[in-house]
Design a binder for this molecule. Sequence first.
Ligand code: C5P
Length: 221
Amino acid sequence: TMLTPAKQETIVITAGGTREAIDPVRFIGNRSTGKMGMALANAALKAGYRVHLIVGQVEVAVPKSPHLIVERVETTRDMLTAVERAFTTATGLIMAAAVADYAPAEVATQKLKKQGDAGLTIQLQQNPDILATMGANKRADQWVVGFAAETNDLDTYATRKLMTKQADLIIGNDVTQVGAGFGTDTNIVTLYQNGQAPVRLAPATKAEVAAQIIQFIQQRF
Ligand code: C5P
């Protein structure tokens, strides 16, 4: 029937932005809406995969499917824990989430008060890099895919990311281009694979771009 997936393979997909608490009422966040991650989840389900979706802060509806597990997380560390656990039984990981690279070194237990003219300094510490961690620890039968949202020198940075994160595919987008990046319903992406010429996809809706990415993954991995 339609409900039986053609494959028993599971893809782990992260979507949305992570949040890092400053105090009980404030956080550091980002402009991710989760649109690209959600589009990828829908496309993967349509292609017959099982999907384990790990979502941070999102502004769009999460798909419903008997072949979908949804897990909600707040911080980058929470997301790492969830991804590590889910990945053990998955064939692939797509890190579409916008992950906070830094978190306050200490979370205040009480709401911070105005500090006066001297201002306020919040010490940040670097978060773990989820994609790099999974790239380093993946099995030979597993693949990991990351995104590179850049404002300049996309080819250089995306190619570097492919190496440093040991990713099998980097999906690059120049977020300064109209119709690409955060919040938009469309995207303009280039696919970077080791030893291959970059594959530039035509501007399209995030749903269409996601379908093409899933198709590319199916063909290559
Ligand atoms: O290094 P950069 O943040 O630009 O890399 C982007 C890619 O790495 C995205 O796929 C993002 O989801 C992932 N990432 C991550 N953990 C971080 C930072 C980024 O998994 N701490």
